[in-house]
Ligand binder design. Structure first.
Ligand code: ACO
Length: 322
């Protein structure tokens, strides 16, 4: 059977680390509140690097691991909700800097589900076109979209990028998938809104900062993520107990714990790195996946459920055999 497999993965985060205690110096919050409610201890925040810079670093490290040259790529997808520009796409910038002259490149906007959406789209295009190599990158510099004095959002997010190289395979790897969009709930999480001015000469050229109805997104995630994983498992014709690792979008440790309880699965099957990075939106699953491969937590033939959720609102689960 024709399919694609994960050949290499890597990630890049900015050097600057901001602890919860540092946030308390300019915001009415505490390490105790943030740690207890979310599991976050610190986050990496960019000084000068934009989304394409982090995406490029993650891509270069991934290609080096697989010993694949930029020009061997057929496709580059960057999932991001914090692109450098409206145009050119972040993926096009990465394509140019990698010298990936044979690759088609574009961005996907599906917030925290973007990495899973990106893998699903890349796989479909690779199989339809008989392509050999694609790189899917989740990359964000969310710090530039945050209001750093709004404690309801600023404490939650971080910057980073993760990348995975997908390569053509003659064995089946994708067992099942579930991608869903709930556009009627779009206003629950908004960033980068732009207004059309009544008087066109007074155009403000401004994008809105991040706003989120936290409790409602929490309820959405704890309901829709287990449901999506179950749908993907049914399509995969496997029992949940046969899944070795559940790699969930890292938005809140409590969401992950609740999903594990709802699925009657031990928490040890749910790797968590939110303490170090916070919520890095489209980059979060990608960074976690790269870390789990690097630490040999995920091994050949393991069954892995990747599940993202977030802005849109969106949810996306892919079940893969490595
Ligand atoms: N520090 C201290 N106190 C705070 C902070 C803070 N940083 N933020 C809020 N509070 C206060 C509130 O003002 C409120 O006080 P009150 O009771 O006096 O009114 C109290 O803490 C409780 O606030 P809630 O918002 O109800 O807290 P909750 O337990 O719901 O936790 C959180 C908030 C962490 C945002 C949670 O709702 C959550 O994780 N939601 C899901 C977010 C998510 O999953 N996003 C995913 C997608 S992200 C993407 O797509 C980009």
């Amino acid at each position: 059977m024709e399919d694609v497999e994960f050949t290499a993965a890597s990630y890049a985060v900015p050097d600057q680390i901001i602890s919860n205690d540092q946030l308390t110096q300019f915001m009415d919050t505490s390490d105790e509140w943030i740690s207890k409610r979310t599991g976050i201890k610190r986050r990496h925040v960019s000084n000068t690097e934009n989304t394409s810079d982090l995406a490029l670093k993650a891509a270069e490290k991934t290609l080096a691991k697989a010993n694949v040259a930029g020009e061997d790529l057929n496709l580059i997808i960057v999932a991001t909700m914090s692109p450098d520009n409206m145009t050119p796409s972040t993926a096009a910038i990465v394509q140019g800097k990698l010298g990936a002259k044979n690759a088609v490149a574009f961005d996907i906007s599906a917030a925290c589900s973007g990495f899973s959406y990106g893998i699903a789209v890349a796989r479909s295009m690779m199989l339809a076109n008989g392509w050999q190599n694609a790189i899917v990158i989740g990359a964000e510099v969310l710090s530039k979209l945050l209001d750093w004095h709004d404690r309801s959002t600023a404490v939650l997010f971080g910057d980073g990028a993760g990348a995975v190289l997908l390569t053509h395979s003659s064995e089946q790897h994708l067992l099942g998938q579930d991608l869903e969009t709930f556009g009627d709930l779009g206003d629950k999480l908004v960033a980068g809104h732009s207004e059309v001015e009544h008087d066109f000469l007074k155009n403000k050229h401004q994008l809105s900062t991040f706003t989120m109805a936290g409790r409602e997104v929490y309820r959405f995630a704890t309901h829709q993520v287990p449901s999506s994983i179950i749908k993907a498992a049914v399509q995969s014709k496997i029992d949940l107990d046969e899944i070795d690792h559940f790699l969930l979008h890292q938005a809140n440790k409590r969401i992950i714990e609740q999903v594990a309880r709802k699925l009657h699965q031990p928490l040890v099957k749910f790797p968590i790195n939110i303490a170090e990075y916070g919520n890095t939106a489209a980059a979060s699953e990608a960074i976690l996946l790269a870390e789990c491969i690097q630490k040999k937590i995920i091994k050949k033939n393991d069954v892995v459920a990747l599940s993202g959720f977030g802005g849109g609102l969106t949810v996306a689960t892919l079940i893969f055999r490595f």
